[in-house]
Design a protein around this ligand. Structure first.
Ligand code: MG
Length: 376
């Protein structure tokens, strides 16, 4: 379909059924306002028009950082949508998605299904069939059974061809439950596309707890790293950033901190971003003798840039000597400092290989590491 897509996010309500002092769309969810999640969900799908209460405009400006248009809402939800639609009149918009600001968990797949259905229908909206039995009741007593056949739970975004929904809203001055109702009154055919259980509308305090669980459980990344460095002549080794006196040194292009290399690779692995060699090529002379904290600091920055946080890391050093135990706490503290986290999330332990193999013969030191990242 030619023309562009606009997304109207309706967030002008003052609803505080969710508890707290702020309207629900401004409350925090997994570290940022609900609306920030909602806006992020639509990134790349089209031009965003955010409809806010007139009192929230300054807060909105900070949130959108130039990436969307702000429109003041009206007395009712219906009026708010009309204001946004009128702001698009005369533009090259050919289809519009209208979405509740309080549904921050909408997925790209669901948005794609609604848009795809608009090729065939003037309107399309996600819904889920009702699967629970439905009763009528009064005073905590069941008074009847309601057939559930053909009943759906409506969600958003509700999508429409733009001129059709603009005309429908102009003709509809009464209040409406949603935009599908407005479209139906105007005689538009609205297709039902498959909704998602996780596309919840945050209404009550429990909904926030559920959304938080979904967000934090949704994207957990695990990475492992393994590294070996051979011994050479020298008087100390560097492990987890600590200089430890020893009768040998570790051979390597950088400071040969085998443990920190394993941990850095575990983080790159969790992000599916290759390994240290990809980010800091050994062929590049500027990394000769470099402190490996440079590598781990870079990996830590990539965690943040990719929208994750480090949940925990575990490092195991394999060697007969030097003894690691006396230094383990200081090693944990140094890694935690570089990774901007607390020591209870960083483990450093050691094992020997029972004098077997290259580590047993004291030809070198091996290290393995695991890191868990969680979407922030
Ligand atoms: Mg290495």
């Amino acid at each position: 379909m030619p023309g562009q897509t606009a997304i109207i996010i309706v967030a002008a309500g003052r609803g505080t059924r969710a508890g707290g002092d702020l309207p629900k769309q401004w409350q925090g969810l997994a570290g940022k306002p609900v609306l920030a999640h909602t806006l992020a969900a639509f990134a790349g799908f089209g031009r965003v028009v955010l409809v806010l209460h007139p009192d929230d405009m300054l807060r909105g400006l900070a949130l959108i950082a130039g990436g969307a248009t702000l429109i003041a809402g009206g007395e009712t939800r219906n009026k708010s949508v009309q204001n946004a639609l009128e702001s698009l009149a005369g533009s090259c918009i050919s289809r519009v998605l209208i979405h509740d600001g309080a549904r921050p968990l909408v997925s790209p797949a669901l948005i794609g299904r609604v848009l795809a259905a608009l090729d065939q229908h003037p309107g399309a909206a996600p819904a889920l069939p009702v699967t629970d039995a439905l009763w009528t009741g009064r005073d905590a007593r069941v008074t009847g059974i309601q057939p559930r056949d053909g009943l759906y739970r409506a969600q958003t975004p509700q999508g429409f061809r733009f001129p059709a929904i603009l005309d429908a809203h102009r003709a509809h001055q009464a209040e409406a439950a949603d935009d599908v109702e407005v479209a139906r009154v105007a005689g538009l055919d609205v297709a039902i596309v498959e909704g998602e259980e996780e596309n919840i509308k945050l209404t009550y305090p429990d909904d926030f707890a559920r959304a938080e669980r979904i967000l934090t459980h949704m994207d957990v990344r695990l990475g492992n790293g393994y590294d070996v460095h051979a011994f050479t002549e020298g008087d100390h080794v560097t492990l987890c950033g600590l200089r430890i006196a020893h009768d040998k040194a570790l051979l390597g292009h950088s400071d040969a901190d085998v443990a920190m290399h394993a941990l850095t690779d575990a983080i790159y692995g969790a992000l599916a971003e290759g390994d240290i060699g990809r980010h800091f090529p050994p062929s590049d002379p500027q990394w000769k003798g470099a402190a490996s904290a440079i590598f781990l600091t870079h990996a830590a920055r990539r965690i943040t840039e990719r929208g994750f946080r480090l949940s925990n890391a575990d490092v195991t050093i394999v060697c007969e000597r030097p003894k690691i135990g006396p230094h383990a706490a200081a090693m944990q503290a140094e890694l935690a400092r570089i990774l901007s986290t607390t020591v209870d999330r960083i483990s450093v332990k050691a094992t020997t290989s029972e004098r077997l193999g290259f580590t047993g013969r004291e030809e070198g030191i091996a290290a393995i590491a695991t890191a868990t990242l969680v979407k922030a």
